[in-house]
Write a protein that binds this ligand. Structure first.
Ligand SMILES: [Zn+2]
Length: 204
């Protein structure tokens, strides 16, 4: 009996130690992530207090986003929003800077990506217009990945608001055509026009 106890004590002890260490690491990682999210949210709030022209964030310069850039460096997804906002500043599409920051804010608050397909397509229109096809393709991959979820959630959400539901239903065939054209890499005026129409009818 004594011998048996000795045989089991060491592995059980090691197992408990491993559980404690892994648990502490997970907790630590979570704390670090939460602290970083808080820093990012505070920084977005600070950016909101900087001078603006017509909309909040539309007066930002690329250098204003430097802190945000550093804070998001370890999260590819969050960094993507900052890169997008920087692109908008560089290409003088300042009305859209706030959209990228809003989506980043939502992502940091919830840990989930809230996607608005018509608006993603609106941004793709800007990339195509500026002939940044690489970015258009990157963004389009996100559209393809999340489109069905957005449509499914929209069905439920807009069913409660008939005028929006009608707009949503009108939008769907336009989105399908735009997706087909982007799949075929048809970066022509017809696609740009179609994406413009989607922007006018956008519901999120
Ligand atoms: Zn936008």
């Amino acid at each position: 009996m004594e011998k048996l106890r000795k045989v089991y004590v060491l592995p059980i002890g090691l197992f408990v130690l491993a559980v404690v260490v892994v648990g502490a690491l997970i907790w630590h990682e979570r704390d670090v992530r939460e602290a970083r999210a808080q820093d990012i949210l505070k920084e977005i709030e600070r950016l909101g207090t900087l001078p603006q022209t017509k909309y909040v964030y539309d007066g930002l310069e690329e250098k204003d986003l430097r802190n945000l850039n550093l804070l998001t460096v370890s999260d590819r997804h969050a960094a993507g929003f900052v890169e997008e906002a920087m692109w908008m500043i560089r290409h003088n599409e300042t009305d859209h800077v706030g959209h990228s920051l809003y989506f980043l804010q939502e992502y940091e608050k919830t840990g989930e990506d809230s996607i608005c397909i018509p608006h993603e397509l609106t941004h793709i229109r800007l990339y195509v217009k500026d002939r940044d096809y690489e970015l258009a393709e990157k963004q389009f991959q996100l559209v393809e990945k999340t489109k069905n979820t957005w449509v499914g959630e929209g069905e439920k959400k807009f069913a409660k608001f008939p005028p929006y539901y009608e707009q949503f239903k009108e939008l769907l065939p336009l989105i399908d055509t735009a997706v087909e054209r982007l799949q075929e890499k048809k970066y022509d005026n017809e696609t740009i026009q179609l994406l413009g129409e989607i922007e006018e009818k956008e519901v999120c």
